[in-house]
Design a protein around this ligand. Structure first.
Ligand SMILES: *[C@@H]1O[C@H](CO)[C@@H](O)[C@H](O)[C@H]1NC(C)=O
Ligand SMILES: *[C@@H]1O[C@H](CO)[C@@H](O)[C@H](O)[C@H]1NC(C)=O
Ligand SMILES: *[C@@H]1O[C@H](CO)[C@@H](O)[C@H](O)[C@H]1NC(C)=O
Ligand SMILES: *[C@@H]1O[C@H](CO)[C@@H](O)[C@H](O)[C@H]1NC(C)=O
Ligand SMILES: *[C@@H]1O[C@H](CO)[C@@H](O)[C@H](O)[C@H]1NC(C)=O
Length: 774
């Protein structure tokens, strides 16, 4: 939400001083021009063209030059410059300009829960066996990470035994503060940083809390990079010894290229949240494409109303990447479980939701009545064994005159030390940071925290590395503890130590925070595409950031447990790297299709995957379902698509010609006809809708596939032909899916989900179907 509110307050703050107002309205805009005309353009000619466009709205050449932040010259044709809205509007009218839009802030998709788990434990046994080894652990595949940088000294980035850097690599190791050429190696083969967009908005970086270099002061970038390509490091655990085991990235021999685009938001606790500006991200995309990355993993997204693809820096950068068949994996956001919250919506990317894995950190809680409750925690601190402690509800031990709406939340300075000393305090989730609530109980002299879920959190317990003993409990259990407190004059409690518990069923469960469909830019493309582990993921951490990231927590850790679609996205990025290693000639669409059509909607108990609230999950929650890397390495059939298909899609979906060399035809195919591995149709009425798809055989030379349909309720699905025969690898077959509304299957505006599957007896190639009825 920050970008929605900050520019507003910025503006209001200065509105009283009219002499400033003109300057204040100026902000960084991106002017997008599509493709470079490679035949006639030199680097100088490109920059001159950008400057001449600027000169058409600026008063002088000096003013034009001064306003230019970035001239994108590699793959992307466009620039970032300081322009007023009027100037941007004027430029957007000029022939050849596709769009001009403000460079906004984006956020990293981590939740503020901090725990620890290994990558492989997020995958099923079948996944672990052979797929990474068959794929040479992603050796020589280059993954570009757009994030907060890297902590190069982490053991996860050791290059011992790795071969020479692939010849196609054209990137650099950019030096900067506390980062020099020796910070890169054969694992971290490149690192750059982009800060002009950030500094144009926030002013010069405060170097007392961040590094003007690719070095990561936050932890997020180190975590996501090690999840993709960290080496196997044995004997790793979280603070307190939880989740002990070997930490390894999904593609441990892949090469990592770091593009630091996220920087701390100035304020009292600057590293709590980072911000990533469009202008900087687009510069990173432009370099990464030229540098020769094979995969881009990007755990960043905008909040607020999503922009259409032609004014969305991420969609633009990813389109240029897709042209070079670079796979772009991105997080879908942490704004669930409400519908329509998913971000990163372009069909030329793979958008990832987050789900749980089969691990928990149970801690037994005993009330004075003898009643036992199971909570979860990863705090390294313990209460005295078997001792009963006095128990209080925070709302009853607060300082006088605390506003009612924050009572019980344990916000900073809310508790009265004389009423808290030596006691266990029940606090609720809602406002403020979970770990901050523990800090407050500790400040007030409390013995431990019981952190109760709010109704919205349900049973999804956030395990935290609290700064004191403590435990998280479900909403139901929190209410039970509250009624116990209210039933007796001297309530007491004991909290047992936590353990790491494997094989927790049911798993996976969709995380409540994972953002949901439908796609608000183009509802006929289903987003998210897939889900992957994103709850309590253990990976490497920055040496300059506390595991909780809270100011006042002096602890430093090498590995940290955190949650978010930020953590699930690199699992998909890693799988893409393995697939790229197995099939260097596959298109990015084929790699995306392989992951989507082999995903599962069934959990490890054999039941349908549920939401955190316990209801059956569907395509709006997880797209095609949970990723299965091993099956993705042998998908049988793929839904291929290329750059031209995406341009045609943009012609019909957003009615924009995204490439100056590709005029939109008069009647481009409808968006739902993009050869996507899922089917989404909105506004199905009495008249049938036909959707066309083409599959490419990538399995056996000779194959015969039969289709089976699971119809969405109230929708008849006819597929013709019902059988596809292939005689060679690479052969393509077209089929038509006819959808007809029958009766009242669901309320108008509601969506219904189903699927269809092509099977040859070996492969099952499944695509979700989502229909919105009107
Ligand atoms: C580069 O960094 C390493 C480790 O931080 C340090 O030992 C070395 O002296 C630095 N070299 C230069 C040229 O700054
Ligand atoms: C930089 O951050 C530190 C720590 O938050 C603060 O004390 C200092 O005033 C800041 N410096 C500037 C120039 O804003
Ligand atoms: C509590 O109410 C105050 C005043 O109405 C408001 O400013 C604040 O945001 C509220 N806090 C929360 C956590 O809802
Ligand atoms: C992959 O593409 C390259 C270049 O187009 C070609 O030389 C090579 O034979 C292809 N490999 C396979 C396995 O198709
Ligand atoms: C892209 O795919 C379409 C089929 O969808 C095909 O007609 C076209 O030739 C392809 N274009 C390129 C550049 O490969």
């Amino acid at each position: 939400m920050l970008w929605a509110t900050l520019p507003l307050s910025f503006f209001l703050l200065f509105a009283a001083a009219p002499c400033f107002s003109e300057d204040i309205q100026d902000q960084v805009h991106i002017v997008y021009l599509g493709e470079h005309n490679k035949k006639t353009r030199t680097i100088q000619a490109i920059e001159e063209n950008h400057l001449s466009l600027l000169l058409s709205v600026k008063k002088s050449e000096d003013a034009a030059r001064e306003s230019l932040l970035y001239s994108y010259k590699n793959s992307i044709n466009g620039f970032a410059a300081i322009l007023s809205d009027e100037e941007a509007a004027k430029i957007s009218e000029i022939e050849g300009v596709i769009s001009a839009f403000p460079s906004k802030e984006r956020v990293m998709h981590t939740t503020r829960s901090w725990e620890f788990i290994t990558m492989e434990e997020g995958l099923s046994d079948a996944d672990r066996e052979s797929m990474p080894s068959r794929a040479n652990y992603g050796r020589d595949v280059i993954v570009g990470m757009l994030d907060s940088g890297i902590w190069p000294e982490s053991k996860s980035f050791d290059d011992k035994g790795m071969g020479p850097i692939p010849k196609k690599w054209k990137g650099v190791c950019e030096e900067g503060y506390a980062f020099n050429a020796s910070s890169c190696n054969k694992k971290l083969i490149g690192a750059r940083y982009y800060i002009k967009g950030y500094e144009a908005y926030y002013g010069p970086l405060n170097t007392t809390y961040s590094y003007r270099s690719p070095r990561d002061s936050d932890g997020h970038g180190t975590h996501t990079a090690s999840t993709v390509g960290g080496r196997a490091v044995p004997g790793v655990s979280a603070i307190g010894g939880f989740a002990h085991g070997t930490a390894s990235g999904g593609a441990p021999l892949a090469r990592l290229a770091i593009y630091k685009v996220c920087w701390p938001i100035p304020g009292p606790n600057p590293n709590l949240e980072n911000t990533c500006f469009d202008a900087d991200m687009l510069a990173a995309f432009d370099d990464a494409i030229k540098d020769g990355v094979d995969v881009i993993s990007m755990s960043i997204g905008a909040s607020g109303t999503p922009r259409k693809y032609s004014s969305d820096s991420m969609a633009i950068g990813a389109l240029h990447a897709a042209k070079e068949d670079i796979v772009v994996a991105c997080s879908g956001g942490n704004s669930g479980p409400e519908l329509g919250t998913v971000v990163n919506l372009a069909p030329w990317t793979i958008t990832v939701g987050a789900s749980s894995i089969d691990r928990a950190f149970p801690s037994s809680v005993a009330l004075g009545t003898g009643k036992k409750i199971e909570g979860q925690t990863v705090t390294p601190y313990r209460l005295k064994k078997g001792k009963m402690y006095p128990l209080v509800y925070a709302g009853n031990v607060e300082v006088p005159n605390l506003p009612r709406n924050i009572s019980g939340q344990c916000l900073p300075n809310s508790l009265a030390p004389e009423k808290v000393a030596g006691k266990v305090v029940v606090c609720f989730r809602g406002a403020g940071f979970r770990v901050g609530k523990g800090l407050e109980v500790k400040r007030a002299g409390g013995a431990a925290i019981v952190l109760g879920n709010a109704l919205a959190n349900g049973n999804e317990i956030a395990v935290d590395a609290h700064v004191l003993p403590g435990v998280g409990v479900s909403y139901g259990d929190a209410i039970a503890i509250m009624s116990y407190i209210n039933s007796t004059p001297e309530p007491t409690i004991a909290i047992g130590p936590a353990a790491t518990d494997f094989n927790v069923r049911a798993a996976p469960v969709m995380a409540a925070f994972s953002s949901r469909g439908p796609n608000r830019v183009e509802p006929d493309i289903l987003k998210p595409d897939i889900t992957a582990p994103g709850l309590n993921i253990l990976a490497a951490w920055s040496g300059s950031s506390a595991p909780t990231k809270v100011d006042g927590d002096p602890r430093r850790v090498k590995y940290n447990l955190i949650s978010g679609t930020s953590m699930s996205c690199p699992h998909v990025g890693a799988t893409a790297a393995l697939l790229k290693s197995l099939y260097p000639n596959w298109s990015s669409a084929a790699i995306r299709s392989a992951m989507i059509t082999t995903a599962t909607r069934i959990n490890m108990e054999g039941d349908p995957i549920t939401t955190a609230a316990g209801e059956a999950a569907g395509p709006m929650d997880y797209g095609a379902g949970h990723i299965r890397s091993s099956l993705a390495s042998d998908p049988g059939l793929v839904y291929d698509a290329n750059y031209t298909d995406y341009l045609l899609f943009a012609c019909s979906s957003i009615k924009v010609q995204m490439d100056p060399t590709f005029p939109c035809p008069a009647n481009p195919p409808p968006p739902s006809d993009l050869n996507y591995p899922s089917v989404s149709v909105t506004g199905l009425r009495a008249a049938a809708v036909k959707v066309i798809r083409t599959v490419t055989n990538v399995g056996q030379r000779k194959a015969r596939y039969k289709v089976e349909v699971e119809e969405p309720s109230g929708v008849k699905v006819g597929i013709t032909p019902k059988v596809l025969r292939f005689r060679k690898v690479g052969e393509k077959k077209k089929f038509v899916i006819k959808l007809t509304a029958v009766g009242k299957g669901s309320t108008a505006g509601g969506h219904v989900g189903g699927s269809y599957t092509w099977s040859d007896g070996i492969h099952a190639v499944t695509s979700p179907i989502v229909v919105t009825l009107t």
